[in-house]
Design a protein around this ligand. Structure first.
Ligand SMILES: [Zn+2]
Length: 388
């Protein structure tokens, strides 16, 4: 009551933001949500080497984990999506057995726990993992077993997304596979791979099968290719979320006074609350934008789009959620309130059932942020953040 009647008598805490927030807070402690990460893009380099040995795969450029990580990262930042995707030949090659797939999935959850992620959706294309004689159903089962074992050990909630590939013709089979495994933790369907020359509307049968099953769709769109790709993903294929959506900026004009003029497509995406799974560092590596500082993410965020941040490929892009959030906080001057809003946006957009999302938001995410707010406020009153 007193706060309302005498607002000037209540001292206001000055909480740090931007670079000062990065300096003041261990970002691993932030409660996090990750919805866009590729299982075959996030392996530990040590595991790639060990699995390659077990499989007799001799194509790796080095057997030193540090050198291998650097090699993947170098290969991935040549500024083109097709070149970025080359490294996946090696990770996919070592994910061809039940044991290998189960291990990679288990370690994914373990890495999420270490990074402070409470809910993660991970995606992959099972069709690439049948060279060792497994069926696609066996591939999915092995991954689910690894995710379940990881969740049991580390308390991370998860969902699995099945990817079809834009340059292939078997997307309907991938959609049916996703639907078959929904009772075991598959939460949706994605179309991935090279964008230019492979329009999503070529895969209508797959998307219609997903819609008829009352299931969920996300589509990689507007990463390496423009508005047409985003528009098709939404209005032809009925996507519920967009992977990246970076080029949506082509539909937005920044006026001299800093205000924005939205085109019809971006206005639709804003009004319909279509989630944009943004990935800053991977966008720089694939050349979707030149530098993090030039990324349109802060404009989307300020304009109220349903945006949130993701890692895309932790191994290829040498990243994790703590790093993506710290990079964004530093580059765009984000506050703890911004970070909370991004995490809430992500959980609202997750493909997990509504009740689970609401529970996670109110029982884990917001209480986690409340603890950090209280701690920073106390440190602020103690004078820790005074000065320039
Ligand atoms: Zn992706």
């Amino acid at each position: 009551m007193i706060e309302h009647r005498y607002p000037n008598l209540v001292p206001k805490a000055e909480l740090p933001s931007g670079q000062r927030l990065v300096g003041a807070l261990d970002f691993r402690r932030l409660p996090k949500v990750l919805l866009h990460e590729h299982l075959d893009g996030g392996l530990r380099p040590e595991s790639v080497i060990e699995l390659a040995k077990e499989a007799g795969y001799g194509e790796l450029p080095t057997s030193d984990a540090g050198e291998l990580a650097a090699w993947f990262h170098r290969g991935a930042q040549r500024g083109s999506l097709p070149e970025y995707l080359e490294g996946f030949a090696h990770t996919i090659a070592v994910m061809q057995t039940k044991e290998g797939l189960e291990r990679v999935a288990y370690e994914f959850i373990e890495d999420m726990a270490a990074d402070g992620v409470m809910y993660a959706e991970v995606r992959f294309a099972p069709v690439f993992h049948t060279d060792g004689g497994l069926s696609e159903d066996e591939v999915v089962e092995a991954v689910i077993e690894g995710l379940e074992r990881g969740a049991g050990a580390h308390g991370v909630e998860w969902g699995l997304i099945i990817c079809a590939m834009r340059n292939r013709t078997d997307s309907l089979e991938a959609a049916e596979l996703a639907i078959r495994w929904r009772e075991r933790g598959v939460v949706g369907f994605d179309l991935a791979g090279e964008e230019a020359g492979f329009p999503p509307k070529k895969h209508l049968a797959a998307f219609q099968a997903i819609h008829r099953a009352n299931f969920a769709i996300t589509i990689h769109a507007g990463e390496a290719f423009g508005l047409e790709s985003i528009w098709q993903a939404l209005q032809w294929c009925g996507a519920h979320r967009l992977g990246h959506g970076t080029r949506l900026m082509d539909d937005i004009e920044v006026n001299d006074d800093g205000s924005l003029t939205l085109g019809r497509l971006s206005q639709y995406i804003l009004d319909r609350r279509i989630p944009l799974e943004m990935c800053l560092l991977s966008n720089v590596h694939t050349g979707a934008c030149a530098r993090v500082e030039e990324h349109p993410f802060p404009l989307f965020h300020a304009a109220g789009f349903r945006v949130f941040l993701n890692t895309d490929d932790r191994l290829m892009s040498d990243t994790e959620m703590s790093k993506e959030l710290a990079v964004a906080t530093e580059a765009f001057g984000l506050s703890l309130l911004d970070l909370e809003r991004l995490a809430v946006n992500a959980l609202k957009s997750a493909f997990a059932p509504h009740e689970k999302r609401v529970n996670l938001i109110h029982r884990r995410l917001l209480p986690g942020f409340a603890t950090l707010f209280a701690e920073l406020t106390a440190r602020s009153f103690a004078g820790e953040f005074e000065g320039p």
